[in-house]
Structure formats: structure tokens, C-alpha cells
Design a protein around this ligand. Sequence first.
Ligand SMILES: [Zn+2]
Length: 300
Amino acid sequence: MPLELSDDQARLLTVLFPQLNCLRLEQIEDVGSGLRILVRTGTELVACHRCGTASSRVHDRYWRRLDDLACGGRPVEIQLEVRRFRCDAPCCPVATFAEQVPLRLVRALPDPPVGQILVLGVDDFAKRKGHAYASLLVDMDTHRLVDLLPDREADTFAHWLRAHPGAQVVCRDRAGAFAAGARQGAPEAIQVADRFYLWQSLGEAVEKTVIAHRADLHDPAPEPDPLPGPVHQEQGEPDPSCAQATDQTTEDVPKEMSDGFRDILGRERRLVIRHTERYEAVQALQAEGCSLARAMALHN
Ligand SMILES: [Zn+2]
């Protein structure tokens, strides 16, 4: 049974865990393997991250597990309640938004442990378009980001694999660097090409083959003339009935409603809004010096 914490008990706990003193400590529970502490931000009014309008209308709540702490040799799991608020500003495209977690708390927590990864995915990405590349590592079983490497060199990847042994399969692109890195760092792992690159290779092979045999392809037979009908539209002339239908559709959908956050019927695109919120929250944490892995672990 969880124990409701009094003010004094909560204060005592923040002495043990000073990184939690910006939060309201609500409950503590002995879950056998360790302790679980439920915390909330306690802020009554939260500003919409898009328009700045303060709101106290809670839309829904969800729990986010923060990284474990330890007390007396027992693991302590921190469960943070995150609330979603409604934004009532009439001109704001955001209907609901999640409150931000205090940065001090995020920065005080260690990076999430990598753990045992059996199937590891690796790919590169441009830190700036066309410029410096980095690599991201993904647990292919859980689809979670595992770590980031500062470049896409074979030695860097090999070094990471040696430090985190156990990968049985490495899923990679067709470039040589990751293949060489996997051979050096995890020689026992099976290397497989990511499905995307298989499709890409297949597409390129088909294109090459078609181009090589272009001379053998005959021009298609000309299509028969269409039968003359009572209403025959000349090509290039718009059909007035179509134009009318198009105009009608345009009139039905208010332009200001069909932005990226709402569909053409004015309905909220919840997935787009949540992804945008996650992106902005992660960007904000990164701007404050928080590592990408930690920021994404919190907002995953
Ligand atoms: Zn707003």
C-alpha cells in the first residue's frame, strides 16, 4: 500500500534526494524490490508553450518513469505525473499541451543505462545539413534510442561495441564504416542490412537493368481515340462542373483551420501536436546542456 506523505516526511525525503526538491512528493511505496516515490510538479497555472496563455484546465494526466536513484542499497523508482492542459486562447492552434518537467530535475538524473541489447541498429545522420555526421544507436527490439556517437567512424563504433558487449545482431546500412566497426567491436555478431537499404539496393538494381535493356523495350501501342460523347471537353479547358465542386470544397473548409495542427475538417491532429511538443521539449533540454539521450528518455 502506498503511504501518503506528510509535509515533514516529504521534506525529509528531499534531504535524501535533493534533486526532487523542486517537486511535490506525494506518496512512497515499498514494492519489494525497492521503493517507489510518486511526485508531481505542483504548479497550478501553466503557460501554453505556443501562445503563452496561462491555463489551469487539466485535460489528462500520464505517468513518466524517471531514472532510478538508490537509497540504502535499494533502488528507488521515481514516477512523475505529467499533466496535459487545455489552451483556451481562441487564436492558438494548440488545443492541449503537456507541462514541462523542471530542468533541474532532468539534469540531476544520470543518463539511462544502456542495458543488454541483442539486436542493435546503427545509422548516421547529419548534425548540420551536408556537414558533420554523427551516429545513433537503437535497440531494435524496443525501438528505443540507446546512444549517440559523435561521428560515423568505424573505430568509434567498435569502441562502443566493446564497452557494451552482447549484441548478437547488428543492423546497419551498406557503408563500409559500420561494417568494419562491427567486425572489430563485435566479431561474433551477425551483420544484417537494414530493410530500407535492401529496398534501396533493389530499386537501384532494377533501374540499372531497365536502363541496360532500354533498347529491347518497344514503344507502347497508341491508345485508341476515345468515343465521341455528347459532352466532350477540349483538353486544357476546365470543366465548369469540376470548378464549381472545387470552389465548394474550398468554401467548406476555413483556411485558418487547415494548418499543420488540424486536418482539413478542423479536427485536432493529436499525433502531430504530441510530436511537435516532444521535439520542442527535447530541443529546450538540449539548449540547456542536457544530453540528447537523457532528453529523449524523458520525452519518449
Ligand atoms: Zn495556446
